[in-house]
Ligand binder design. Structure first.
Ligand SMILES: CC(C)(COP(=O)(O)OP(=O)(O)OC[C@H]1O[C@@H](n2cnc3c(N)ncnc32)[C@H](O)[C@@H]1OP(=O)(O)O)[C@@H](O)C(=O)NCCC(=O)NCCS
Length: 521
């Protein structure tokens, strides 16, 4: 192992290299290495034509993270778990076809680290079947520049599976830890999650590549307890010490010891969310959860559910988990996404996705953009822009109960809310319940085959998935069925024989009723 200044990183990466990295927001991400790669490319045109593999949203939704790599000629191909979570620059780079961009489910991306490391053909899974991952529906391609077949449909033991093909070569793996000793042993003590840095290092070594690691500090050999070492020095080729501004724990927090599991805080210190339409949706969605459930909350409106549960004194009734691998406590939101307050366990992200895919998740609450007549959803492509699925497909694919949450229309709808009723002052400019969705991110057919319980929660109506299509089951008090619901849809849903009012109690500023719902049979 050699200790280098970060300015040498660019020179260690050959033109045309396949580069593997770890990261969620800015956690576990070697920000300074990517800054140096960008500088080197802008200074001398090298390295260039890189292929990049990432697993999640990497960046601060502004200028950091994978924005550094989005230069024409520098990035030729990207395969990642999320697109717009890597920032506007990446989203527009994808839209403008400046590189071939593919989106894979986040759980597949993390499993792939192990697949490459173990030299298997790739990841074989049912996750993504009959969605845009399936080669019959798009093969994970996010733009016209993406022309390769990276996913095969295979039949094994008489059943259909998807084979996400492992790259044959990883030239460079770029990982991050907290501390390295002089022999390159890496500990992750200040990280907020475990992103599979070991498997990422093994993947490079298995295919003849090198491993570069960013750390905050180098300590003397022999001073790291062996149990703390997550990546052994024998797998690490180069280590550099980052400047503190390029070594943040998340995109929002330089270092919070609670996220690293060092302390717990009184939960009252988590601020309540303001009373608005998203809070109402989060309350109605939370009513689908039951005591004892293991739950994942996706990004966007579902994130509000943890704050609602905490405000309602229900956090201890169920167990929240994040796809980064944190279990228990209260998941963090926004640019801190993936960590948690007062967690009970921090397992490797691949382990939590095994839990999800294997069916240990009782409920997943996820956002969506569009829904079709049969209940198929788009949550990954918005007005031609690639959003990406993140953990959506694994969560929706693994959970027994899935609660999809979204406003009924998009485009700045205005509501009057309170006193137990909802009124639409001005509806959104764009319908979301439409005949033809832009991309299938969730297959209703597969979910029905698997016997899942699927609920669609909006601020004004609730639907259930049935074999015949979407069925309207609840309407908010104050809402007119024809004017506010049916006229705002491009198709007519099935109408339940017993359409109920959504509970008026959630349309008041203060509530206090969640516990009764969560503890009922
Ligand atoms: C789908 C997703 C974008 C919804 O996020 P959200 O914050 O709950 O949704 P919102 O309804 O506030 O929509 C976000 C924006 O998209 C717009 N939008 C929503 N649906 C739209 C549609 N069908 N067409 C056009 N715009 C739409 C909204 O108007 C809003 O715009 P604004 O920011 O200018 O106000 C989000 O859940 C997501 O990225 N999901 C995919 C990844 C995922 O689920 N991962 C889970 C585990 S990591």
């Amino acid at each position: 192992m050699k200790i280098i200044p970060s300015s040498q990183v660019g020179r260690l990466i050959p033109d045309g290299a396949s580069v593997l990295l770890t990261g969620i927001t800015l956690g576990g991400y070697a920000e300074e290495a990517f800054l140096q790669i960008e500088r080197s490319f802008l200074d001398c045109g090298h390295p260039r034509d890189l292929t990049l593999y990432w697993q999640a949203s990497v960046g601060d939704m502004a200028t950091k993270g994978l924005s550094h790599i989005c230069h024409e000629g520098l990035l030729a191909k990207g395969v990642g778990g999320h697109i717009n979570g890597c920032g506007k620059v990446m989203t527009e780079f994808c839209r403008d076809n400046k590189a071939a961009i593919y989106n894979w489910p986040q759980g597949v991306c993390v499993a792939m680290l192990h697949a490459i490391a173990a030299k298997t053909p790739g990841v074989v899974t049912k996750i993504g079947l009959k969605t845009f991952m399936d080669p019959r529906y798009g093969g994970g391609r996010m733009n016209a520049a993406a022309t390769e077949d990276l996913i095969d449909l295979v039949t094994l033991r008489g059943e259909e599976w998807l084979l996400y093909k492992a790259p044959k070569k990883i030239d460079v793996t770029l990982i991050r830890g907290t501390v390295a000793d002089e022999r390159g042993n890496i500990a992750m003590t200040k990280e907020g999650y475990k992103l599979g840095q070991l498997a990422a290092a093994e993947a490079a070594r298995a295919t003849g590549g090198i491993v570069i690691c960013q750390v905050e500090r180098i300590v003397k050999s022999g001073t790291l307890h062996p149990r703390l070492v997550e990546v052994p020095g024998v797998l690490v080729d180069y280590v550099y010490v980052a400047q503190p501004e390029y070594h943040w724990q998340t995109a929002a927090s330089q270092f919070n010891p609670v996220f690293a599991g060092d302390y717990k805080v009184p939960l009252e210190s988590i601020p309540p969310v303001k009373f608005d339409i998203k809070k109402v949706m989060a309350r109605r969605a939370a009513m689908e959860l039951r005591e004892g459930y293991i739950v994942n909350l996706g990004i966007g409106t579902p994130e509000y559910i943890s704050a609602v549960a905490s405000e309602e004194g229900c956090s201890a009734l169920f167990t929240l988990s994040t796809e980064a691998g944190n279990i228990g406590g209260v998941p963090t939101v926004g640019n801190d996404f993936g960590c948690c307050w007062n967690g009970e366990a921090m397992i490797e992200t691949a382990g939590i996705f095994d839990m999800y895919d294997g069916g240990s998740l009782d409920a997943g609450c996820l956002g969506f953009l569009e829904v079709g007549p049969n209940g198929d959803l788009n949550s990954s492509k918005k007005e031609g822009l690639g959003i990406g699925v993140g953990g959506f497909m694994n969560i929706a694919g693994g959970a027994k109960h899935v609660v999809f949450i979204s406003s009924f229309t998009a485009g700045k709808p205005e509501y009057q809310l309170g006193n137990g009723e909802l009124h639409i002052i001005r509806d959104g400019t764009k319908k979301k319940f439409i005949r033809q969705i832009a991309q299938i991110s969730f297959s209703a057919e597969v979910a029905l085959d698997q016997g899942k319980d699927i609920t669609y929660v909006t601020e004004r109506a609730v639907f259930k998935l049935t074999p015949q299509g979407l069925m309207l089951t609840e309407i908010a008090p104050g809402i007119d069925l024809q004017r506010d619901i049916l006229d705002q849809m491009e198709f007519t849903p099935l109408l339940s024989d017993e359409i109920k009012p959504m509970p008026a109690e959630i349309f008041f500023e203060t509530w206090g009723g969640l516990k009764a719902h969560m503890t009922k049979e």
